[in-house]
Design a protein around this ligand. Structure first.
Ligand code: CP3
Length: 349
């Protein structure tokens, strides 16, 4: 598809594996606590309050673009915003993450997940995307949580190391599992469609906890739902990025699910990832965030290693292998951007 305002932008061209000028770079969690300017404007209240306030959400989204000169902005929001907006009862507790008052446990809980109506339920997200689209001179990435990762928050109710409650429900009651995943799939589709309609130039589906599953579990219980999200969004014609953490053993399936771009965490080298994903897909990643914490030299060396492992393939969007840690030094990230822009060579594949 073509006709988008940013179709000739390096980031969009790299997503499509087309030749372009410079290796584009942005960072997952580039906004947020690592930035002093974020801490100044975030205000009291929960992060969900900041997200529901377009003045703050716009400013927070723009901050890393101004500071780093990254090639894309990512909407300031959260993967639990849609389930929160339909009243499931989710809060985000600082230092903990999403916490659910009454976790999902039985069929009756499906009633608590009515369809998302973005105009009514999340008008602030639409407003934020509209204002950003008018202001930005780089593409805006919209996003949603993948059904599995959102389901795991609803079922576990809080942080988990082993996802045992989620897997127990999945394995004991496959019918209920697929019904739950179906509802979350519909919500992700509605949310992403509203963001693209409001002007987002690309979307990312975050399946942060996919690595909790075996490849066979992923195939049976998760892949069809994520593929349905991606398929539905495909009609809008914007590049789709599909990212999982610890998902190295599923990169083939993630590549096959339909997105133009496969996000790779730091555990798999890009050359190995490209072999698993197969041709015709771009890769995004994958500097280990720990190297940013380790300091400017470690980060610079790591960034050069990532570029070398990609060896000039045009389908590469530079990123970290997971989000920017809150303790990251913004100057180190600024240096990484400089290196990627100055030294990243784009070949023809
Ligand atoms: O800059 C960006 O990347 C855009 C904003 C963004 C946030 N959350 C803001 C946020 C994005 C893309 C997310 C996605 C998200 N949220 C994911 C997928 C990405 C990933 O990291 O795997 C997940 C798993 C969540 C759930 C969530 N929300 C967690 C685990 C946390 C951290 C809790 C903590 O305090 O450590 C949140 C809260 C959150 N979302 C913060 C931000 C900036 C920090 C809280 C704050 O500022 O009060």
């Amino acid at each position: 598809m073509s006709g988008g305002r940013f179709d000739d932008h390096d980031f969009i061209r790299a997503c499509r594996g087309r030749p372009h000028q410079r290796v584009p770079v942005w960072f997952m969690r580039q906004a947020g606590r690592s930035l002093p300017e974020y801490r100044r404007v975030r205000g009291p209240g929960t992060i969900l309050d900041a997200i529901a306030d377009p003045d703050r959400a716009v400013e927070i989204t723009l901050q890393p673009v101004r500071r780093y000169g990254v090639d894309a902005a990512i909407l300031f929001s959260d993967i639990v915003v849609p389930v929160h907006a339909v009243g499931f009862g989710v809060q985000i507790v600082p230092g903990v993450g999403p916490v659910v008052e009454r976790p999902f446990a039985a069929r009756a809980d499906l009633e608590r997940l009515r369809p998302l109506e973005p105009d009514r339920d999340t008008p602030y997200v639409i407003e934020t995307v509209r204002r950003l689209t008018a202001e930005l001179d780089v593409p805006l990435i919209g996003f949603a949580g993948a059904p599995f990762t959102v389901a795991s928050y609803l079922i576990e109710g809080g942080p988990t190391r082993n996802h045992h409650l989620t897997k127990t429900l999945m394995l004991r009651d496959e019918g209920l599992w697929h019904d739950l995943m179906g509802r979350l799939t519909d919500m992700a589709i509605a949310s992403l469609a509203s963001q693209v309609e409001a002007g987002a130039s690309a979307v990312q589906l975050f399946d942060s906890w996919a690595g909790a599953l075996s490849p066979d579990q992923y195939r049976r219980y998760v892949a069809p739902h994520s593929a349905r999200v991606l398929d539905a969004v495909g009609a809008a014609g914007v590049p789709r990025i599909h990212f999982g953490v610890g998902a190295g053993e599923m990169l083939d399936q993630i590549g096959a699910a339909g997105a133009e771009v496969v996000g790779v965490d730091f555990r798999v080298r890009l050359d190995a990832a490209r072999a698993r994903v197969g041709p015709g897909r771009a890769l995004q990643g994958n500097l280990d965030p720990a190297l940013v914490l380790a300091g400017p030299e470690a980060a610079a060396t790591g960034a050069r290693d990532v570029l070398a492992a990609n060896s000039g393939h045009p389908g590469h969007v530079f990123n970290l292998g997971h989000g920017v840690p809150p303790a990251a030094d913004p100057d180190v990230l600024a240096r990484v951007v400089e290196i990627v822009h100055a030294e990243g060579a784009v070949g023809t594949g």
